[in-house]
Design a protein around this ligand. Sequence first.
Ligand code: FE2
Length: 336
Amino acid sequence: MPLVLGIESTAHTFGVGIASEKGEILANVNSVYRPIAGGIKPSEAAEHHSRVAPVVLRRALEAAGVSLDSIDAIAVALGPGLGPCLRVGATLARYLASLLGKPLVPVNHAVAHIEIARLSTGLKDPVVVYVAGGNTVITTFVEGRYRVFGETLDIALGNLMDTFAREVGLGFPGVPKVEELAARGKNLIPLPYSVKGQDVSYSGLLTAALRLYREKRYSLEDLCYSLVETAYSMLVEVAERALAHTGKSEVVLTGGVARSPVLSDKLAKMARARGARFAAVDPELAGDNGAMIAYTGALAYASGLTIPVEESRVRPLWRLDEVEVPWRRQTSAAIT
Ligand code: FE2
């Protein structure tokens, strides 16, 4: 069984995973950069990645109980993400591929979140709700690719929650902190509910929530409750339309915010009302991780998808719907 080593470094996480195409995860070792104050600083995150890379790589090999020689291909998340961070993972991947004389496999980070969710939940052809610190996308597989059926027009859902939590002194990560207070909220305060066609916009919601916080007109519990209800309902509305439009019968939640029990519950209710199955990715595999890059790399490698080292430039803005997904093409007729 070919083994693929995957490297993740698109944002705050540096991770190395080792996996097979059949979905065996032999290793998943990750190290997360945490800024002391404020948001992620790309150069500091990249510095963190460079520092921890040798240790993370060694621990992953130890966890899998394999040597570098027994790895068949090196996969790397080439995008989307922050340039300085992406370059750390790409440099290590190129080095390993050249040193070992093994093929290099390009992986799109968003596709990896989707594939690990399908593996983890067993759902075959779901509408995917991918929500994280830097991404908010509703997507599903149609005619050979993951097509986008809605996304944020400005900031991501995770970013909205993290920024709000930080500004009101709740700390990081934002989602669990805001949800904890939201559970004690009772009154729904009107906040901007901004769905434009199939897209959502969260920046106006963030501005309004912070303004109300500074005006001290409402309790923080009520404000958190209203923020959660408004932000999540926008996403559920768009996901429901994508489900209706595509006629699919499954919904999966993936990405760092997939650990949210509140969002899971809302999506589960929507799916149930439409006769669809719902599942969220395993919390261990929800945030950025090396295993999802290794597994998606293994799928790609089994489909013959490799890239010469000299063409392996990083792609900070690599869109999900630009990516070839040959491993699903063979089975798409039976699935969709
Ligand atoms: Fe991610």
